[in-house]
Design a protein around this ligand. Structure first.
Ligand code: KG4
Ligand code: ZN
Length: 337
């Protein structure tokens, strides 16, 4: 079975073709970073409009890359939630209509299920079960993945996502968007130990996160300061250490709680060098293994939707003719495969 996958839940348009026997045949991404950069964050209406512009040419391009024509597609999978409604609708309308026109089945995919299964695209050594840390601009989540369709959410952010905290702090310090890479780059010139920021919610049991308090702590920290270049670097250093420590402490706890010895990191914040170093060092200490899938599969992409969709389709799931998207959708509500 050859599945066309479509991702349009936020600010990236993704398309890919996954074959259950041959694996990933093609995938492409159209990024909207340039469109949203001047606003310092994603503008939902602009995101939806750009998905409309980008999606059909992107689908043509992946078909071309794979040397296929539309009639070679056996099914279509599209992200049907959670995400921005206008953005989701573009992928859902396109995917569902195209499937109808081609007379093939369609399936709506849960965006987070796509993320949770994405390491399988690229990590031949990885086998179920594992604990997944998903850290992006929109989500922060720890989940126990026992197998496809068998997820237990162990913890999630009660407010801002980790990437969002990077982006907001960068904005506050006058650094660019997206904030994660900007802070991480600036932090390399920072002096360790000059400032100390809290590690939110690590002093009590549990696996949930909260990053909005950390942002407030940064606001209070910088308020009396003269923000010269060195000071900004020192604040970036302290901020990054606080986020990275917090994530790493919770990952250790999650591995212990779920009794797993494999950790997979996905999402844009997974690109952070300090986070990678810390998680690798801690994993080694406890005899666990940590996997960082290729960055293009960590961040939003069509390949993970094609893959998760292929598994769902193989398990018999089908979308009916109604075009449905779900802005808020709990992973725990997914049926087992
Ligand atoms: O997964 P992603 O590309 O998009 C979604 O949010 O779905 O993640 C983007 C987030 C942004 O908040 C960005 O600031 C953050 O990932 N990010 C980083 C780094 N690279 C990207 N955060 C920290 N360090 C980085 N090197
Ligand atoms: Zn995502």
């Amino acid at each position: 079975m050859r599945v066309l996958g479509i991702e349009s839940s936020c600010d990236d348009t993704g398309a890919a073709i996954y074959d259950l026997r041959q694996g990933l045949l093609a995938h492409r991404l159209a990024s909207q970073v340039d469109i949203h950069a001047r606003y310092g964050g994603v503008v939902p209406e602009l995101a939806a409009r750009d998905h409309i512009r980008a999606l059909l040419p992107l689908i043509e391009a992946v078909l071309d890359d794979a040397g296929l024509s539309r009639t070679d597609i056996d099914a279509i999978a599209y992200t049907s939630g959670p995400g921005l409604v206008g953005a989701l609708l573009v992928g859902a309308v396109t995917g569902r209509s195209l499937a109808f026109a081609l007379g093939v089945p369609a399936v709506g995919v849960h965006h987070m299920e796509g993320h949770l299964l994405s390491p399988m695209l690229d990590e031949p050594e990885l086998e179920y079960p594992f604990v997944a840390l998903l850290v992006s601009g929109g989500h922060t989540m720890l989940a126990d993945v026992a197998g496809p369709g068998r997820y237990r959410v162990l913890g999630a952010s009660l407010d801002d996502a980790a990437g969002e905290a990077f982006d907001k702090t960068a904005k506050l310090l006058g650094l660019g968007y997206p904030g994660g890479p900007a802070i991480s780059k600036t932090a390399t010139a920072g002096a360790p130990g000059r400032f100390k920021l809290p590690r939110p919610m690590t002093d009590r049991p549990g696996l949930d996160f909260s990053f909005s308090g950390l942002k407030t702590a940064v606001v209070q920290l910088v308020e009396p300061l003269d923000l010269d270049e060195q000071t900004v670097a020192d604040v970036c250093f302290a901020f990054q250490e606080a986020v990275v420590d917090t994530l790493a402490i919770k990952c250790d706890r999650a591995l212990e709680f779920a009794r797993r010895d494999q950790l997979v990191v996905a999402g844009g914040v997974g690109a952070n060098t300090r986070l990678r170093e810390q998680l690798a060092a801690r994993a080694e200490r406890r005899g666990a293994r940590v996997f960082f899938p290729r960055l293009e599969f960590c961040t939003d992409n069509g390949a993970m939707i094609a893959y998760a969709g292929a598994l769902r389709l193989a398990a018999g799931t089908r979308a009916d003719l109604a075009i449905d998207v779900t802005a808020r959708w709990n992973l725990a509500d997914l049926p087992a495969m």
